[in-house]
Design a protein around this ligand. Structure first.
Ligand SMILES: [Ca+2]
Ligand SMILES: [Ca+2]
Ligand SMILES: [Ca+2]
Length: 381
């Protein structure tokens, strides 16, 4: 099955699961939140363990720290999504063993012994994680079942680890690493004496990875045309070369987003909902391509009206865009439990700058699906 299709189905599955478990209510009682099926929590400190053959689970928005094993997927656990967790100070942060088509994305993985460990697994997607200050950032290793092959590791920030990536065994090969930022790891990549072939770029002009030690190693390198790619490959060893190293860190800009109204009355006749988007230092909201802006990958921003201002008065200019309120309400009604009295919904806005740099930011609003909101009613937590 196509992986993206699998993720779509996973999301659909999740909505059904949430309805069944009424996790919205459980959320406030749980320190550790798993959205999905059953997870063991036993005395040898395996906090989140999906047992063998566990598939289509979402593990999201948990804080996992000070465990021997943080999040573990045991053999043949496939097509799970480990998304936006905060994983710190564990011996093993995330460990995938023997599974495939799992997606590990958007997690903060810091100060673990091994941040993400892949053991004898193939065809997994490790993307957009922030992997910093671990002994080993990402480890691809073997078991008696074999090595780790054909995994995609892209758009991660891999910074200040002792070893950025560890690939010690020749049984692990044909993994693809591109659009990652390797910044100030003591050893960017650790390979064994007997290494195998892995892919370190996505061809030209898409490019390979950003290496913080590049200019020190290749002081005479030059840019290929105006591609943002160096003309001299970054050689890791004889089987591992990034042929198209990036001159600048891969951009994935984190935007600050405020969506109004904070509470959405589903009976309201208003025409729009409004989003105020700020970008971090070094980026200009005037460079945002409005036609690329979408809400939850579903609803496109209106081309007008738009505007610039400083809605929250913090001195940072925002772009204001509008979304059709009817479209949003329709989208929400199709995806939520209408028997709930109120629901807090996270809305994620994505878009691109004119140069192709992508940004993303989220904000929550409250919705009262059943009764709407009486005039003057104030919602307090
Ligand atoms: Ca708001
Ligand atoms: Ca702000
Ligand atoms: Ca502002």
């Amino acid at each position: 099955m196509d992986f993206h299709q699998a993720v779509v189905e996973l999301h659909e599955n999740i909505e059904e699961i949430k309805r069944q478990l009424k996790l919205k209510r459980l959320r406030k009682y749980l320190k550790l939140i798993l959205i999905g099926f059953l997870i063991g929590r036993d005395s040898d400190k395996r906090i989140f363990e999906l047992t063998a053959n566990s598939s289509h689970n979402l593990i999201s928005r948990n804080r996992v720290s000070d465990n021997e094993f943080g999040i573990t997927l045991v053999s043949s656990s496939n097509e799970n999504l480990i998304f936006r967790n905060d994983i710190t100070n564990n011996t093993n942060g995330i460990r995938l063993s023997g599974g495939s088509s799992n997606k590990v994305s958007g997690n903060i993985i810091a100060a673990n012994h091994v941040g993400i460990g892949l053991v004898a697994c193939s065809g997994n997607y490790i993307t957009r994680n922030d992997v910093a200050n671990n002994t080993v950032g990402i480890q691809l290793t073997k078991s008696v079942q074999g090595g780790s092959l054909d995994n995609y590791i892209s758009e991660n920030s891999i910074e200040n680890n002792q070893y950025g990536i560890s690939l010690l065994y020749y049984e692990s090969y044909n993994n693809m690493f591109y659009h990652n930022n390797f910044v100030d790891n003591v050893d960017q990549i650790l390979l064994g004496h007997n290494s195998s072939f892995n892919i370190w770029d996505n061809g030209y002009p898409s490019g390979g990875n950003y290496w913080s030690d590049y200019e020190e190693r290749y002081p005479n390198a030059e840019e290929i045309d105006e591609s943002g790619i160096w003309n001299t490959p970054y050689v890791i060893d004889e089987n591992n070369t990034d042929y198209y190293p990036l001159m600048k860190p891969w951009p994935w800009v984190s935007a600050s987003v405020n969506i109004n109204p904070d509470t959405l009355n589903l009976k309201s006749r208003g025409r729009w909902i409004t989003a105020y988007i700020e970008l971090p230092k070094g980026y200009d909201v005037k460079d945002i391509n409005v036609s690329s802006i979408a809400l939850n990958n579903t609803i496109l921003a209106e081309m007008r009206p738009t505007g610039f201002g400083d809605e929250d008065g913090d001195g940072i200019t925002n772009l204001m865009v509008k979304f059709d309120r009817g479209d949003l309400i329709e989208y929400m009604l199709s995806s939520m439990d209408k028997t709930e009295k109120f629901i807090t919904i996270t809305l994620t806005i994505t878009g691109k700058l004119n140069d192709g740099t992508m940004f993303e930011g989220s904000n929550t609003i409250t919705v009262m699906p059943k009764n709407g909101i009486r005039a003057g009613y104030k919602f307090t937590k």
